[in-house]
Design a protein around this ligand. Sequence first.
Ligand code: URA
Ligand code: SF4
Length: 206
Amino acid sequence: MSELSDLHQEVRACPLCILAKSRTHAVPGEGPSDARILFVGEGPGFHEDQQGRPFIGAAGQFLNELLGTIGVRREEVYITNVVKCRPPGNRDPLPDEIQACHPYLERQIALIKPQVIVTLGRFSMEQFIPGAKISRVHGQAFKQGNLVIFPCFHPAAALHQPKYRELIEQDFKQLAKILEQKAAPPAVEEQDDDEPPVQGHQLSLF
Ligand code: URA
Ligand code: SF4
């Protein structure tokens, strides 16, 4: 078994916060262990809890659609959440739940080593850009070492308020540009270096 599937198994049996008591299934995340892009949502909803898979309800349908608009297949990205178990009634995750679950997200990032992390919603953004306001930072890239953090509104927002649909679609267009830049071959090939040449100088710095 790979380290990532070991981690998934650990999450499925996790007792570390109160959400363990009410969940049907924990939702560790899914996607290739070498994905370039990691999406981080808020937490599982009803359908996700039922099936143990992330973003398979209405918000997930919209996410799939958004990926389609930028020519990215869902199967090539890794998708997870800030908390891996459903908060009852889809309430917001609480600080102690987020804290208890955070090491899993850290480990997923360390194993997958994505180039870009797309945060969906403010809880996810807060894990990477603490104190930021999503209405200000959405759709912009923030460089953190070799990683780019790209905050977006949560796709569920568009289901409740139509004005968000266009904003999110615009953000994804911007994301497509960032991905293109990151895909450009580096000026110097450095095979054995853990730190590839700095790219994306047009990105905003946080
Ligand atoms: N919303 C989320 O934040 N995550 C999911 O997995 C599904 C809906
Ligand atoms: Fe464990 Fe995270 Fe589920 Fe809490 S939400 S029980 S910390 S996996």
